[in-house]
Write a new protein. Structure first.
Length: 486
């Protein structure tokens, strides 16, 4: 029989298991995107294992485990009666998370009081902050990237520049839980908590890269900068196939919440303005702040964090998400690709596949779907393999080879989403349909034959990505009085 308890271990959450007899060989807590190894004690009649409910990933800060379900695996030693399925603990709030153990499964959730997670409690707090009396606005910015799943993309680059030139501005970051590492000096606020509602209600400026949610009502004096999260190839918003009046109404309502839209290029400005009915309103065509790093970063630090030798060849496989599935597409066997290309393969799923998916494993394969900053991965890669993802435009800043693996091109283009332009006509690299064709292209195709197309691609889609986009965007934020320098 095994006993278990959840406790605060010197300011960090942990799970303690104990039992009689020989201690187990190992105790591991395994989740889809993270795992934690227990510290074992005792060699006599009893044993004890302390399993941290926190982890340092990618060389970053030691933070609580991401929300989700974790299987508690106890490997027996010489002889043990350890049976984690017999242990059960009701949900308990700990430092930085809430946790419950039942039948060998630990469920981790964000540190939000359960009253605010229920339908009635959530509705009450929404009404309170959306329509009730609120505090005066603060000289603060509320940042959110991909609904709080990460602190990255354009909002991160803007945060870093704003912190440099206006350190007196308070910076709040919306996060799904405290496993999301926020920039130095910023304040993490967990989505749905009273602190989150308050921060979103008092910040003079909101910088977001996707839709605002949960009954956001812009207050007098508040501004919203919508950075979006990529130049679109695939049709979106009002241009998605099939007319849906509810979707159209939602698009128009959403774009009316924005004051300014950031676009990577004149092309992106035209497409996004029309797709979101943002015509006649301010669009800043300044390049993408997230791509500034690609002008200055040689990728060595990211390779070091990932355990990759500086001289290794690195391929980044980064497909977009699909409307008809939750997880990353299975068009590539990354281990086979690593062998064929004699390279380390980094697998980067879209943020929409982060929570429902699970890390892929294999020789010379590293799943980096949970890595916080895509730009750093682009800098570390020697070549990019994608399909319809907007990283095809960002990666062009590096000048390194691009490959397009599109097994479902006809269905995606003709039935699922559709394109704003013909990828086959403009692609600045080989377009292939199978992994075998991709492997041959990586080995046999000289990238220089695409030099003219590559140059045209950069002129069309990244003409302002010169390493100073964040500087220009923050200068406009301050010049227009969205926040004060402090």
């Amino acid at each position: 029989m095994t006993d278990a308890r959840l406790f605060d271990d010197a300011g960090m959450p942990a799970l303690e298991l104990s039992g009689e007899g020989a201690r187990p060989a190992s105790v591991v807590l395994e989740g889809a995107r993270a795992r934690s190894y227990g510290r074992l004690h005792g060699r006599g009649r009893t044993w004890r294992a302390v399993v941290p409910l926190h982890v340092s990933r990618w060389g970053g800060a030691d933070l609580p485990l991401p929300s989700g379900r974790y299987r508690l695996r106890v490997e027996p030693g010489e002889a043990t009666d350890a049976d984690p399925s017999a242990a059960s603990i009701a949900e308990t709030g700990l430092v930085g998370l809430r946790a419950a153990l039942d039948a060998g499964v630990v469920t981790i959730s964000a540190p939000v009081d359960p009253v605010y997670r229920s339908g009635e409690g959530r509705a009450a707090i929404e009404r309170r902050y959306a329509t009730g009396r609120r505090e005066p606005l603060e000289n603060a910015v509320f940042f959110e990237s991909f609904y709080g799943r990460t602190a990255g993309c354009n909002p991160l680059a803007i945060d870093r520049e704003l912190a440099r030139v206006a350190p007196g501005v308070t910076r709040y970051w919306s996060v799904v839980d405290l496993s999301v590492e926020v920039p130095d000096g910023a304040i993490a606020v967990v989505e749905g908590s009273p602190d989150w509602w308050r921060a979103r209600g008092v910040a003079r400026l909101l910088v977001v890269n996707d839709w605002l949610r949960r009954r956001f009502v812009r207050r007098r004096g508040q501004r919203v900068l919508q950075t979006w999260h990529g130049t679109p190839l695939k049709r979106l918003a009002l241009y998605r196939p099939g007319f849906d009046p509810r979707r159209a109404l939602a698009v128009v309502r959403e774009s009316r919440r924005w004051n300014v839209l950031l676009a990577q290029s004149p092309y992106a400005a035209r497409v996004l303005s029309k797709a979101y009915a943002f015509l006649g309103r301010p669009v800043w065509v300044e390049g993408y702040p997230r791509d500034d790093a690609l002008q200055h970063d040689d990728g060595r630090e990211t390779r070091r964090r990932l355990g990759i030798h500086p001289e290794e060849r690195v391929l980044l496989y980064a497909p977009t998400w699909r409307d008809d599935r939750e997880r990353i597409v299975d068009f590539v066997d990354p281990s086979a690709l690593a062998r064929a290309a004699d390279a380390v393969v980094l697998v980067r799923g879209h943020t929409r596949t982060l929570q429902p998916g699970a890390d892929l494993h294999g020789p010379r394969v590293i799943d980096v779907t949970g890595y916080p900053d895509t730009s750093r991965l682009l800098a570390a890669a020697d070549a990019l393999v994608t399909d319809y993802s907007s990283v095809m435009f960002d990666f062009a800043v590096t000048g390194k080879p691009l490959y397009f693996l599109v097994p479902d091109l006809e269905r995606y283009r003709g039935e699922m989403r559709g394109f704003f332009f013909d990828l086959l006509d403009l692609a600045p690299g080989p377009v292939v349909r199978t992994q075998h064709e991709l492997e041959r292209a990586l080995i046999d195709v000289d990238p220089s034959i695409f030099a003219e197309r590559y140059a045209r691609w950069k002129t069309l889609f990244v003409p302002r990505d010169d390493g100073r986009a964040a500087e220009r965007v923050v200068a406009r934020i301050l010049d227009q009085g969205f926040v004060d320098r402090g």
